[in-house]
Write a protein that binds this ligand. Structure first.
Ligand SMILES: [Mg+2]
Length: 364
């Protein structure tokens, strides 16, 4: 129970394994009461098989959490030269009582105690590994830009089916206003597959073309090219200083995470543009169903990363509402980086990264 609850608490950035100090208890399934108790929390222990710590490769294991001081002593005896840190859960009260003889109510009480104790242990582990330091980065206008963004992609798709296309981005733009999911950030949708996401926008693209006099057949064909044109590699430019900015925060021990109101294939574009080594993970609103500035998208990302707003979390972006206000409403510190624009009032993305690190160094 403890390992699956701790895994959920720590998120995808950690691997939590389970093992015990008793060799003769290895190879058994989880107690049916544990399975039932965890099922009540949406966790599946049905495939669990117990292991003996002596059979576990200890390389790469940095933290061990035990249910009591006696287990901690026995685990330490197995560690030899390994430098893992051993934590006793609920140590100040002698550990987590064994619910084995206490029936289902005992297991439920045990799980409830773990619910109270594990957030603090997870936080201790995150701080100890520096993984509680997160910078959320906006994408469009902060790290990269696509010329004329969506209207540009529609024009490019139109030209693919008609080399005589006479429309302009200025003509297309009004037909795209208010038609994308992020124009209704108050609504949290159910997550969609990439096909569903694009299918919902297809009629919007068709309408934009037909409004400009394109016939229905050609409009439909052009609309079907928009996804590939939008994400065409050579339509995108990396913003000056973006890679430097990501390096500054990464070197200072921050995990760089992209959090963007975007279409489904943003993670692939991030890799294609060469950000892969600097960015740990990319969250696109299309895959989540929530859009900045809605706090739901920030909370989703923090839960997946195993951090809370009380951790060392920042947002850097170029949009005062979506990025700055949205982050602050979710309890996250935010820096406006709109220096890529001629009429900007803030700083460049590289200056924003340096500001963040300087602030952090002063605070510590
Ligand atoms: Mg932006």
């Amino acid at each position: 129970m403890m390992s699956s609850l701790l895994q959920r608490e720590l998120g995808d950035g950690f691997v939590v394994q389970s093992a015990g100090p008793d060799k003769d208890l290895a190879g058994r399934p989880a107690n049916y009461r544990s399975v039932g108790c965890m099922r009540e929390r949406g966790l599946d222990l049905s495939g669990h098989v117990s292991r003996w710590i002596g059979s576990v490769a200890l390389d790469g294991i940095d933290w061990i959490v035990t249910v009591g001081p006696d287990e901690a002593r026995r685990v330490r005896a197995h560690l030899g030269n390994h430098s893992a840190t051993v934590i006793v859960a609920n140590a100040e009260h002698g550990g987590i009582p064994d619910p084995y003889e206490l029936g289902m109510d005992g297991y439920r009480e045990c799980a409830a105690l773990l619910d109270r104790v594990l957030p603090g242990i997870a936080q201790q582990i995150r701080v100890g590994t520096g993984s509680d330091r997160i910078v959320f980065w906006d994408f469009d206008g902060t790290l990269a830009r696509r010329e004329n963004l969506w209207s540009g992609a529609l024009l490019d798709a139109w030209r693919r089916v008609d080399d005589q296309a006479v429309g302009t981005v200025e003509q297309l733009r009004p037909h795209l206003r208010d038609r994308f999911p992020w124009h209704d950030s108050l609504t949290v949708r159910t997550a969609q597959t990439p096909d569903e996401w694009w299918a919902a926008l297809h009629p919007v693209f068709v309408e934009a073309y037909t409004a400009l006099g394109v016939d229905a057949v050609r409009a439909d064909e052009a609309a079907s090219h928009v996804p590939a044109e939008f994400y065409r590699r050579d339509a995108w430019t990396v913003i000056d200083g973006a890679e430097g900015a990501l390096s500054v925060t990464k070197t200072a021990g921050y995990r760089n995470i992209i959090l963007s109101n975007h279409a489904p294939e943003l993670p692939t574009l991030v890799d294609t543009l060469g950000f892969g080594g600097l960015v740990e993970q990319t969250f696109t609103s299309a895959a989540i169903g929530a859009e900045k500035p809605n706090p739901a998208i920030f909370e989703f990302a923090m839960a997946r990363l195993g951090v809370t707003a009380a951790s060392d979390v920042w947002m850097i972006g170029d949009n005062r509402i979506a990025d700055i206000q949205g982050a602050r409403n979710a309890g996250i510190r935010a820096i406006l980086a709109d220096g890529a624009y001629p009429n900007s009032t803030g700083m460049t993305v590289l200056e924003a990264a340096r500001h963040l690190v300087a602030f952090t160094n002063k605070e510590r």
